[in-house]
Design a protein around this ligand. Structure first.
Ligand SMILES: C[S@@+](CC[C@H](N)C(=O)[O-])C[C@H]1O[C@@H](n2cnc3c(N)ncnc32)[C@H](O)[C@@H]1O
Length: 366
């Protein structure tokens, strides 16, 4: 049995023909009333997935220290727009702000702006962040002008991707159509090569991939990176993007669905299932550089957090913890930084203006 949104999309496809995977993903996550992020409380043990700030307070605390350092490096602008894209339960921001209370002048300068489409999550954010008087926006572009500090953890992976498949004739687009029963959603290929395939990285598009190879691109992610970089360059500021993804152009289908922490068919119950795709960090970095921003990374989350001192922070927390709590801190630390876990799967990318010194956590400008 599909969902209410699944039935509506099937009716639309019956009339208007197949839709791109990107259109499907945008509807399934963002439909004004039935989209996944409009109605569900997805994050945490009872939800569909868990994120780094929900694993340990150390994550938000260290990102807070990174932001405060960037603010100082920028010459302590006041006000500064502190923007989080997709703040989830508000945990990351609450930990970041608690950890930076002692930075002279920082909190007084902050103007907190949360970009969030989920009403249930906005309500949670309000409970944990009300002391900082946040304002909410539907879109990044609605954030008022001015110097910017921006973070986004597991936000870009929710932006729609197009998928292409190599055929004997070129790159056809993978579409969402209907199965022979006329009601079940099913993948289908565009009848001919897709004009949108020109957007794929040249190395991939023009390489000799065998038929059946799948490649993805998120024009929404590239467009957003472009707009963020333009603001950082024009109005000063720094941003930090953390997500799972790849550092270089690569083939492969990463569009996937999770429900109750388990992988499921992405077409099965749209609106009731989390949909994600790996972030193409190479494309984001290239876009930001082309827009004149300085770019650092992508680097592994484990390396980044170790450089910021997560092991020392874990030791400090363990110093005043029970034996059981010490075990929990060690387990959380391993999940966040161990290779093969989030430590290498998750990548961190910083972009910023060219008037401040290099940020902490990265070895070199890239
Ligand atoms: C995977 S959750 C990550 C939450 C949080 N950053 C964390 O690390 O726990 C994605 C967040 O982005 C929000 N979101 C998803 N798509 C969005 C969009 N197009 N515009 C604004 N917010 C969006 C969701 O409601 C949610 O808060």
């Amino acid at each position: 049995m599909t969902s209410e949104l699944g039935r509506r999309l099937a009716r639309r496809i019956a009339v208007a023909g197949p839709m791109s995977v990107a259109e499907f993903m945008a509807e399934a996550l963002g439909h004004p009333t039935l989209g996944y992020y409009r109605r569900a409380l997805p994050i945490g043990a009872d939800g569909d997935f868990t994120t780094a700030p929900e694993i340990s307070q150390m994550f938000g605390e260290l990102l807070g220290a990174w932001l405060a350092e960037r603010w100082q490096a920028m010459g302590r602008p006041s006000p500064v727009r502190l923007v989080e894209l997709g703040p989830g339960r508000g945990t990351l921001m609450a930990d970041a702000l608690r950890a930076t209370r002692g930075v002279p002048g920082f909190h007084g300068a902050l103007d907190l702006r949360l970009v969030e489409i989920s009403k249930p999550l906005r309500a949670l954010q309000e409970t944990v962040l009300s002391g900082y008087r946040p304002a909410w926006h539907e879109r990044f572009d609605d954030v008022p002008e001015g110097p910017l500090l921006l973070i986004a953890n597991e936000f870009f992976d929710a932006l729609p991707v197009r998928q292409f498949e190599r055929t004997a004739h070129g790159w056809n687009e993978r579409m969402v159509g209907l199965a022979p029963d006329g009601t079940t959603l099913a993948f289908a290929l565009s009848p001919g090569p897709s004009p949108f395939a020109r957007l794929l990285p040249a190395a991939l598009r023009d390489g000799d991939s065998p038929p059946g190879t799948v490649a993805e691109i998120s024009t929404a992610a590239i467009d957003l990176a472009n707009r963020i970089a333009a603001r950082l360059v024009q109005q000063r500021g720094w941003s930090l993007i953390v997500d799972y993804g790849r550092d270089a152009p690569a083939a492969g289908a990463t569009f996937q669905a999770l429900r109750g922490h388990r992988p499921v068919d992405p077409l099965e119950r749209p609106g009731e299932t989390d949909l994600t795709a790996h972030v193409d960090f190479a494309a984001l970095a290239e876009t930001a550089r082309a827009g004149g921003a300085r770019v650092f990374g992508p680097t592994g989350q484990g390396t980044f957090l170790r450089r910021l001192g997560i092991e020392q922070r874990a030791d400090a927390l363990k110093g005043r913890a029970t034996a059981e709590q010490r075990d929990a801190i060690d387990a959380a630390l391993a999940r966040l930084i161990a290779p093969g876990q989030m430590g290498t799967l998750f990548r961190v990318l910083a972009m910023g203006d060219d008037r401040s010194p290099a940020p902490a956590g990265f070895s070199d400008e890239t």
